[in-house]
Design a binder for this molecule. Structure first.
Ligand code: G6P
Ligand code: MG
Length: 221
């Protein structure tokens, strides 16, 4: 019954959600805006330029930067972020992920990457996971999370009915996107935060992910 599993990347497959936070924090500090981890929950799953916009709104500095300056700020953040990625190796894949991908392969269930990140292909390559996914959704030119488009595009690419898809996310916006797409939503992270976003089930770590419990939970055995 299960037709595809769609994975978010940052914070689900590896710890790059933390790198995004560190890079945004340094950029924000430089323009006199303070961001903390609670605010950062609102950046998870959100595209680069939209994240910058949210930071400027948060710091009440929206009017202080031209679009050219915004491009420069976003570039500085991304350059810093990319410099943190050079240390990524297959050992940085979160526990349980490689095993779940292997179980999906054995059962001929497509694994799809549904990330908003333009750096996703490079990260998958560094983790040695590039060939484990049947399809990598490009976020270019489609509405970002919490809109369902990234997940719908992934399902469509492999001919899967969203009703028989499972999405896995660490971000509130991501869980909302999965639910808007009509899929079963698995949250990785803080229970109350992700449940209030609509998660059908929340695990505190990827260690708990495995195909048979997912099928059971989602009623797709
Ligand atoms: C993911 C992350 C966000 C990030 C976005 C864009 O959704 O959760 O924190 O802003 O991707 O990433 P990029 O690598 O393109 O800047
Ligand atoms: Mg994420």
């Amino acid at each position: 019954k299960l037709q595809a599993v769609l994975f978010d990347l940052d914070g689900v497959i590896t710890d790059t959600a933390e790198y995004h936070f560190l890079a945004w924090k340094q950029m924000s500090d430089q323009i006199g805006i303070e961001i903390d981890r609670e605010f950062n929950e609102k950046l998870k799953g959100i595209s680069r330029m939209e994240s910058l916009e949210r930071i400027l709104v948060h710091g009440k500095k929206v009017d202080e930067f031209t679009s050219e300056q915004r491009e420069q700020l976003a570039k500085a953040k991304n350059d810093h972020y990319v410099s943190l990625l050079i240390h990524l190796t297959p050992e940085h894949t979160y526990p349980g992920i490689t095993e779940l991908l292997e179980q999906l392969r054995e059962h001929h269930i497509p694994a799809i990457l549904a990330s908003a990140s333009k750096n996703a292909p490079q990260i998958l390559a560094s983790l040695g996971l590039a060939d484990k996914f049947q399809y990598i959704v490009s976020p270019d030119g489609i509405p970002g999370k919490p809109a369902p488009d990234i997940f719908l595009k992934g399902a469509e690419a492999v001919g899967a009915d969203p009703l028989y898809c499972i999405g896995i996310e660490d971000a509130q916006a991501g869980i909302e996107a999965i639910k808007a797409a009509g899929m079963y939503a698995v949250g990785i992270g803080e229970h109350d935060l992700l449940q209030s976003a609509g998660a059908d089930i929340v695990y505190n770590s990827t260690t708990h992910l495995n195909l048979s419990s997912l099928l059971q939970m989602a009623g797709m055995k």
